[in-house]
Design a protein around this ligand. Structure first.
Ligand code: BTN
Length: 265
C-alpha cells in the first residue's frame, strides 16, 4: 500500500480529458465537497480530485462513506454535460456502467444494484454519488464521486465498518491479491470517457440496455423503502430515465425515482 502515486497514474492514463487534470491529497474531508469548490471556480471538465483518506466521506441518502487511509479509491470527477437537469440521473447510471467495466477488466465478476451500487456476489464493493449544481435553470456541472473498496482485508473491513462489514467486500478479498490503485483509476478514467463520449454524441440510447446487461436486479424479489412507503415485489429493470420498475405483489407496476432497495431472496 502507501500513498497514491500520481506520476505512475499519469503514465498509465490513456484519455483525452478524464483525469488529465488531477489533484491528489493525503487527507480531505470529502473529495466531492472539494470538487464543488473547483467546479464553481471554472475548472475544466474531466478534472479529478482524489484523496488517500476522507474524514467526512459522503454516501447516498446522507450516509457516511467510511474512508480509511491508503487502501481504497476516493475520487471525484467534474463533468459539464450540456443536458437538461432532468437528465442528470443518467450520469449516475453511466458511471455505474463504466465502473463495472473497469472492475471486470481487473478480473472481478461484479454487477450493478439499482441505482448505482456495485456488488460482488451480494456484497457492496463500490458506490457512486453524483451531485449536480445548478446555475439558474440550467445544469452548471455535475460532481461524480466514486468510492471503491480496493485493498481492504476482511480484518480491515471488520475494523472500520464494524457491524456493516458483512454487507461489504473489497477487490482484494475477491481476487486474493492487492490491485495497484493507479492501474484501477487509469482503467476507470478510460472507461468513463468512452461511456461519457457516447452519451454526449449519441444521447441516452444504449445506456439503459448497457445498464440492464450489467444489473444484478432483474427478476429479483425486493423490498423498496421510499420516504412515503415500503413496497414489496419483483424488480423489472429500469426505464429510459433510470427509474426502477417494480412489479408489486398485487400486480401493479411502480416506477420509483429513489428508494433504498433490499433483496428478499
Ligand atoms: C454510496 O453511498 O454508495 C456512494 C458512495 C460515494 C463515495 C465517494 S468517495 C469519493 C467521493 N467523495 C465523497 O465524499 N463521496 C464520494
Amino acid at each position: 500500500m502507501g500513498r497514491f502515486d500520481v506520476e505512475s497514474f499519469r503514465r498509465l492514463l490513456r484519455t483525452r480529458v478524464m483525469g488529465q487534470a488531477c489533484y491528489a491529497f493525503d487527507v480531505l474531508a470529502s473529495t466531492n465537497a472539494s470538487m464543488h469548490v473547483l467546479g464553481r471556480s471554472g475548472n475544466p471538465e474531466g478534472t479529478i480530485i482524489l484523496a488517500d483518506q476522507q474524514t467526512a466521506g459522503r454516501g447516498q441518502a446522507d450516509k457516511v462513506w467510511i474512508s480509511p487511509p491508503q487502501c481504497n479509491l476516493y475520487v471525484s470527477i467534474l463533468l459539464r454535460p450540456l443536458i437538461a437537469p432532468t437528465q442528470a440521473p443518467l450520469i449516475s447510471l453511466l458511471t455505474a456502467v463504466a465502473l463495472v467495466d473497469a472492475l471486470r477488466q481487473q478480473g472481478v465478476e461484479c454487477g450493478i444494484k439499482w441505482p448505482n451500487d456495485v456488488l460482488i456476489q451480494r456484497r457492496k464493493v463500490a458506490g457512486v454519488l453524483a451531485e449536480m449544481e445548478m446555475h439558474q435553470d440550467t445544469l452548471a456541472f455535475v460532481v461524480v464521486g466514486i468510492g471503491v473498496n480496493v485493498n481492504m482485508t476482511q480484518d480491515a473491513l471488520q475494523k472500520y465498518l464494524g457491524p456493516i462489514a458483512q454487507t461489504a467486500t473489497s477487490l482484494q478479498i475477491a481476487l486474493g491479491h492487492e490491485i495497484p490503485r493507479e492501474v484501477l483509476l487509469a482503467a476507470l478514467m478510460e472507461s468513463l470517457e468512452q461511456w461519457y463520449d457516447r452519451l454526449i454524441t449519441h444521447g441516452a440510447t444504449g445506456l439503459q440496455p448497457a445498464w440492464e446487461a450489467r444489473s444484478v436486479m432483474h427478476g429479483r424479489r425486493i423490498t423498496a423503502h421510499t420516504t412515503e412507503a415500503t413496497w414489496h415485489g419483483i424488480a423489472e429493470g429500469i426505464d429510459q430515465a433510470g427509474r426502477l420498475r417494480l412489479r408489486r405483489d398485487d400486480g401493479v407496476l411502480l416506477t420509483l425515482t429513489s428508494a433504498e432497495v433490499r433483496f428478499r431472496d
